[in-house]
Design a protein around this ligand. Structure first.
Ligand code: BGC
Length: 739
């Protein structure tokens, strides 16, 4: 529709119709009149609002969305189609690894391709908008939503944010092939105090801008059509009513003119936060901060019109918000085709194709991180050893993690299935050996009934039998593979934990099994970095597998048997213990560094009972091959606008390697304190056996920019160190001066 006509449409709407566009309700309001009685009552939503509501939350499927749209449009005076928005975070039906695993690929181009698949599948299923990417920078593994983030680093997060938005939207000029991306949760949701879900964020503006905003900014710059607010407070004001975040930074500085949507019920939660006394005040705060859509509360529906009528809100403000929603609908082409080509047949043709599966397999291969490989135990040779697979995740299809809400575990290739495909019968056996958890009571909090909880887990007798069977089978094996990890519900939203080691029941089981003296391999399934300190001692090899998705089993077997050489690198360091958290390689310098030349012993920055260093640093990951790095060569020692850092890589192994070369800098002296290291560049370099390659990084002056003392984004002349290496803790360095 032409903009002039869209404007006419806006002008022709009544207040109720305008407000409707700014309200988002869940599917239960549309499925049946009866069902709507409960939630309708609770939110104080009238049928009049439902008839003019602008968007629907988390309803997908070609048939369902078509039905709802059709019925809605039939009754609609102006024929403004509904927008279907949903949480499609790392896969619709073909499920990719969780984003923390995607971060470990260090391969944004590949992830852009993956999000293209996600967009096509989602579109075929009637979704118009996805609440992705989630780009909250996270440095505290206690937070359950590590799972949804690509990790701890501003540069890497920004690169992935951009890749995901481009992949989802598939924009070509004015045309919009994919679905609209809603970047979330703005802002700094990942920095909640003590890693506790929904907790307060209070940090300097400098740190906010320097580290935490980079992902959102990259997504907005890449054209993300929507932004979702976060649940947390920033500097005393919850994000949904925070004019500094939404108006000053997002709208005015960044020029974002798309739709801002509150997170689930976040408008109403302004009351619980204690910054609004009732729904009217909450509405006023959110509206003034330019939050356009109210997700799932009755605040806007019931309070916006009275506020305008009382002169408390400028009608212009409401018109602007409605305009942004209408424009999004128009950009998506909904006025021409309210279904955007989604039909049941199209959906069937698009979901979970062989092509999609094969891309998922490739992405999963690159997401797996080899953390340990003593005496080069891996890769295994098929049918050379007798393998026993044990553990709760061995024969489990639930490998898709908490936020793959539209995926199906039944599509997943389990580790057992993949191993049995690979090996002859006599060389592979499976025994569960132990349960995932000793106690499933916590599932009650997520809606499980007492009966469901009771039906889970093993009795003491079953436990004993399972252990004995595993021990007996273990005696006959050469190698034991342990598929262990967190319960799906232990990470993700509302999944904060203070003990982030493997569940005790699993640790006790491993303790027993290692007495057999076999070779031991751990496959660690988790939504966050775990403290694997004990396992590092016990295991010969460890593969970090995240929740690996639909092709999880296949990709793991590809790695175990060396069909693919592991190339994943951690995008979030793994702590030695939970007491180190929050932590990041990118930390500020202190006056008394650990290796201080002036201070010794006790009086340096350290713990008395733990190293400062993580168990596995940011950027860490092993390969089966070996790649040597030559010395660094700088094109100049005195940089004005540009500097080239080059080195030669040599693969001195018989494996093809995908080596992730990482470049960090340190600004030695600044007008404010600078981090010890900051990732600036990286390249994933493919090397055939014995191949040698020249790698060049070009550093621009703007790569050295930061928020200086006066909060200007720039850089100052002086000494810099450039580090290049395999991970944040294994680098070589050279110095240069910025002129
Ligand atoms: C989450 C969001 C999500 C929304 C809608 C909230 O609880 O924080 O990430 O998009 O629900 O499902």
């Amino acid at each position: 529709m032409q903009e002039a006509k869209l404007k006419e449409l806006l002008d022709s709407l009544t207040w109720t119709e305008k407000v409707g566009q700014l309200v988002q309700l869940s599917g239960d309001f549309f499925h049946s009149a009866e069902l709507a009685v409960g939630p309708k009552k609770k939110l104080g939503i009238t049928q009049e609002t439902i008839d003019v509501v602008g968007s629907v939350l988390n309803v997908t499927g070609a048939e369902t969305t078509r039905n709802i749209q059709e019925k809605y449009l039939k009754n609609s005076h102006h024929k403004i189609p509904l927008l279907f928005m949903a949480d499609i975070i790392y896969g619709y039906r073909t499920i990719f690894p969780i984003p923390l695993g995607l971060g470990a690929t260090w391969n944004p181009e590949l992830i852009e391709e993956a999000y293209g698949v996600i967009a096509r599948e989602s579109r075929s299923a009637g979704a118009h908008v996805t609440y992705a990417p989630m780009v909250d920078l996270v440095r505290d593994a206690r937070w359950g939503r590590c799972l949804e983030s690509t990790g701890e680093d501003p540069q890497l997060n920004a690169d992935f944010a951009k890749a995901m938005v481009l992949g989802l939207q598939q924009e070509q000029g004015e045309m919009f092939e994919g679905i609209a991306s809603c970047v979330k949760h703005f802002a700094a949701y990942g920095a909640g105090e003590a890693g506790r879900e929904y907790n307060t964020v209070d940090m300097s503006e400098r740190r906010l801008r320097q580290d935490y905003l980079s992902g959102y900014k990259a997504a907005v710059d890449a054209g993300a059509k929507l932004v979702m607010t976060s649940f947390n407070t920033y500097d005393g004001m919850p994000a949904t009513g925070n004019e500094f975040l939404l108006k000053e930074i997002l709208r005015d500085e960044w020029g974002f003119d798309g739709v801002i949507i509150s997170d689930y019920a976040a408008v109403q939660e302004l009351i619980a936060h204690g910054v609004a006394k009732d729904e009217r005040e909450a509405t006023l705060l959110a509206m003034k901060a330019t939050n356009d859509i109210d997700m799932k509360t009755g605040c806007y529906a019931n309070e916006l019109e009275p506020l305008v009528k009382a002169g408390a809100i400028d009608p212009e403000l409401v018109d602007e918000a409605v305009w942004r929603v209408l424009k999004l609908k128009n950009d998506l082409g909904l006025f021409e085709d309210p279904y955007r080509g989604s039909t049941v047949e199209q959906e069937q043709r698009t979901l979970l194709t062989e092509e999609n599966r094969s891309l998922a397999r490739k992405v999963t291969q690159e997401s797996l991180v080899l953390l340990q490989n003593k005496n080069d135990l891996l890769p295994l040779k098929p049918n050379e050893d007798k393998i026993l697979l044990v553990g709760p995740y061995g024969d489990e299809q639930d490998l898709i993690g908490l936020w793959a809400v539209h995926g199906k575990s039944s599509d997943v290739v389990s580790i057992r299935a993949a191993l049995e495909k690979e090996l002859s019968k006599e060389n592979v056996a499976f025994e569960k050996g132990c349960d995932l958890l000793a106690d499933y009571q916590f599932l009650g909090e997520f809606g499980a009934t007492k009966e469901q909880i009771h039906s889970l887990g093993m009795t003491a007798e079953e436990k004993e039998i399972a252990l004995n069977k595993a021990l007996a089978a273990g005696k006959k094996a050469d190698i034991i593979i342990y598929a262990m990890g967190e319960h799906t519900m232990q990470s993700g939203e509302a999944g904060s934990r203070t003990d982030i080691s493997l569940p005790t029941i699993q640790k006790e089981f491993m303790e027993q099994m290692i007495t057999l003296g076999k070779k031991n391999i751990l496959i660690s399934i988790s939504g966050r970095p775990l403290t694997l300190t004990k396992e590092v001692e016990q295991m010969d090899a460890i593969i970090q597998a995240w929740f690996p998705g639909t092709e999880g089993g296949n990709a793991l077997v590809d790695i175990l048997f060396g069909k693919v050489n592991p190339s994943g690198r951690l995008s979030m360091g793994f702590p030695e213990n939970v007491g180190q958290l929050p932590m990041s390689y990118n930390e500020f310098k202190t006056g008394r560094p650990l290796n201080s030349s002036t201070h010794r012993g006790r009086f340096v920055t350290k713990y008395l009972d733990s190293p400062n260093a993580p168990l596995f640093p940011f950027g860490f990951g092993l390969s089966y091959g070996k790649v040597e790095y030559s010395e660094l060569i700088l094109s100049t020692k005195q940089m004005t606008d540009e500097l080239t850092v080059s080195l030669r890589l040599k693969n001195i192994s018989d494996y093809t390697c995908l080596e992730t070369v990482q470049l960090y800098i340190q600004d030695v002296t600044g007008s404010v304190v600078r981090p010890v290291k900051e990732l600036k560049k990286y390249q994933k370099v493919s090397l055939l056996p014995n191949e040698e390659k020249l790698v060049e990084f070009s550093l621009q002056r703007s790569d050295l920019y930061y928020y200086m003392k006066d909060m200007q984004f720039g850089t100052e002349a002086g000494e810099f160190i450039v580090f290049v290496g395999k991970n944040a803790n294994d680098t070589q360095q050279a110095e240069f001066e910025l002129m």
